[in-house]
Design a protein around this ligand. Structure first.
Ligand SMILES: Nc1ncnc2c1ncn2[C@@H]1O[C@H](COP(=O)(O)OP(=O)(O)OP(=O)(O)O)[C@@H](O)[C@H]1O
Length: 626
């Protein structure tokens, strides 16, 4: 891992919190909106839940309404099958009790069989269509999230742990998709069954049905309780899952350090503790959700007793026009209501969990990119003009200002160098030039035009950057070079590779991949890939941040002469610790703790006998061994 990457993940760890979330008292992360929801008891759906559901509906389901209607139609058919089954059963029982003809009984049986065959067909078709719809919704949701992520500022990625992003993009979207495609579709089927069968039962015997409804307040009370608990626990599950994924990512990425420090045992322990924690809170979640089932079972037992007792009394009493067949059918109907009602109650617990997941997914949109094209941003600008920083103010965090009014001019077509102690802000200047971060005061302009008035894409396309933290993809060296200019011809790539002294390695390795993050390459080889990319990109402004620091002297000499050809006539800004490598720069800027303290040519700075001269003498002494 490069210094920069380590620094980044440390920063993210230290902040440990993303926008859109807050820490609960117990230290667990809870989604924005739930801090208040937790305190305002009662509503099963908070305002934020309702907004989230509306958002999901309008963006991912509404335009699929035709398919949804088809699903609903099939579900309605299933519900009516149950109602017809009850009616047929009642007729069948009357045939039996009243010694009717066997032929009538056979007809009833055939119709019942036909009805269930129809229901079976619908049960086959509904999931097929529902899963198609939900898969399409998940695909759209992921695509939108990817687009949104790509537009976010670098700062977001430097403070957010990748486990969180992964979990949203992979696990949580999958979970919502499964929920909509399977559980929600089943819940609609169950709700329709409950409604249709209940309607039929009310029509047949409103008094008996009325007595059965007395259990409703008890069920609602339990649901409320479960809903609060499930939301809270689901928040903890999501947090624990993100932590666990972060842990895996950190361990896998840092395996070299883990092995050298013989910390495999410690890392295994850390990851196992993560899964243990997950197991514990998942179990807590399931226990809470499981509370729903016994509630429904208890309620149904109560209702059955009421129906048998009350119904029996109705049959025996001359005041009611109810016969045995009617009561048996009613009881059967109640069973048919309670079974889907049980599933619906279970669904309700799962819904509370999914509301938390949906909130997590949507919270990614609480992040808005700040580095964007302003209205009227222009494409064209004089790329050969002077780059001027005037009174630039910038800090990564409010309590640690870095630049408090920095003025610098990098002359167009010339080579400038920035030197200074580590942490003095050299790389940050390069980040500000390419608008990876925006200045918080003052202005940066190229040929007199503020870079904020340029299209971000055009600005960045005018730079070739060899950064300190070189990103290498698990692809061939060839493809890694081509990454910065996918449309480049083979000949162009070879030329760039030759100039960066990496062509021989390409020939030796062929199309072999270089391992995750280029793990199979040396630091110098990665640096040469980065230099080859700069050659290939051939942009008018060059930013070289410690571009040759990992090369041996002989290779550096050879590459330097190629780089000299590349930099000739282009605005070049070099950041270097090795002062001998920038001695022939047209202008050298010396930074100390974010402030410019000296600038001039090498000889002038030596003559000033200031910080530059001291640094130079110290390095010279080091090389000479004196
Ligand atoms: N992404 C970041 N978030 C927060 N602070 C940062 C970030 N990047 C750099 N810093 C801090 O800003 C300061 C300047 O960093 P910068 O990388 O610009 O220094 P540098 O002069 O290039 O150092 P080096 O020579 O070590 O590369 C340092 O104190 C660093 O810790």
């Amino acid at each position: 891992m490069s210094d920069k990457t380590e620094q980044t993940s440390d920063t993210a760890q230290a902040s440990g919190q993303t926008q859109g979330t807050a820490k609960s008292a117990g230290g667990s992360e809870i989604p924005a909106g739930y801090e208040t929801a937790a305190h305002v008891k009662g509503p099963l759906f908070s305002i934020r839940d309702r907004e989230n559901l509306r958002w999901f509906w309008t963006r991912y389901l509404r335009h699929r309404v035709k398919w949804l209607l088809l699903i609903l139609m099939m579900i309605l058919v299933q519900g009516f099958v149950y109602q017809q089954f009850l009616a047929m059963t009642e007729s069948g029982l009357r045939v039996i009790f009243e010694s009717g003809a066997v032929r009538d009984l056979v007809i009833v049986c055939i119709i019942v069989f036909g009805l269930f065959a129809l229901r079976g067909l619908m049960s086959f078709l509904v999931p097929i269509v529902a899963i198609r719809v939900s898969n399409a919704a998940v695909h759209d949701m992921r695509s939108d999230m990817i687009d949104h992520l790509m537009a976010l500022d670098l700062a977001y990625f430097e403070r957010t742990r990748s486990g969180q992003i992964l979990q949203r993009l992979v696990g949580q979207t999958q979970s919502i998709g499964g929920f909509v495609g399977v559980q929600l579709a089943n819940a609609v089927r169950d709700a329709v069954t409950v409604l249709i069968v209940s309607g039929y039962l009310i029509w047949k015997n409103p008094i008996l049905f009325g007595t059965a409804v007395v259990v409703l307040p008890f069920i609602i009370w339990v649901m409320n309780y479960v809903s609060d608990r499930v939301k809270e626990t689901q928040g903890q599950v999501e947090h624990a899952m993100a932590e666990y994924m972060n842990g895996i990512e950190e361990t896998v990425n840092g395996m070299r350090t883990v092995k050298i420090a013989s910390q495999e045992h410690m890392e295994a322990g850390r990851l196992k503790a993560g899964t243990r924690h997950l197991r514990e809170i998942s179990a807590r979640l399931q226990v809470t959700q499981a509370l729903v089932m016994p509630t429904i079972d208890l309620s149904s037992a109560f209702v059955y007793v009421l129906v048998i007792g009350g119904g029996g009394y109705m049959v025996l009493s001359p005041d009611f026009d109810v016969d045995g067949a009617g009561i048996i059918t009613f009881l059967l109907g109640m069973v048919m209501v309670f079974d889907p009602a049980r599933l619906l109650a279970q669904f309700f617990g799962q819904l509370q969990s999914q509301l938390v997941v949906l909130d997590r997914i949507r919270s990614i949109y609480d992040e808005v990119p700040s580095i964007q094209d302003v209205p009227g941003a222009v494409d064209e600008f004089d790329v050969a003009g002077d780059i001027v920083l005037s009174d630039v103010r910038f800090s990564y965090s409010a309590d640690q200002p870095l630049f408090r009014g920095l003025d610098m001019t990098f002359e167009g077509g010339k080579m400038s160098a920035i030197v200074g102690a580590t942490g003095s802000g050299k790389t940050t200047i390069l980040s500000l030039l390419s608008r990876l971060y925006d200045v918080q005061g003052g202005k940066i302009s190229i040929a007199g035009q503020s870079i904020c008035d340029l299209k971000v894409r055009s600005l960045r396309e005018s730079f070739s950057v060899v950064a300190q933290d070189i990103v290498i993809f698990n692809n061939s060296i060839w493809e890694n070079i081509r990454y910065v200019k996918p449309e480049a011809s083979d000949e162009e790539v070879w030329r760039a590779a030759e100039a960066a002294e990496i062509a021989d390695l390409i020939r030796a390795r062929g199309g072999a991949t270089v391992g995750p993050k280029g793990a199979q390459l040396s630091g110098g080889q990665k640096q040469r890939i980065a230099i080859a990319r700069a050659f290939l990109r051939d942009a008018p402004i060059l930013l070289l941040d410690e571009a040759t620091s990992a090369l041996d002297q002989a290779t550096e000499e050879r590459i330097k002469s190629a780089l000299d050809r590349l930099t000739k006539g282009r605005t070049t800004i070099v950041v270097a610790h090795r002062l001998s490598s920038i001695a022939d720069a047209d202008r050298i800027f010396v930074l100390e703790a974010g402030a410019l303290i000296e600038d001039g040519r090498h000889a002038e700075l030596l003559a000033k006998d200031g910080l530059y001269a001291r640094l130079y003498q110290a390095q010279k002494k080091g090389y000479d061994g004196r």
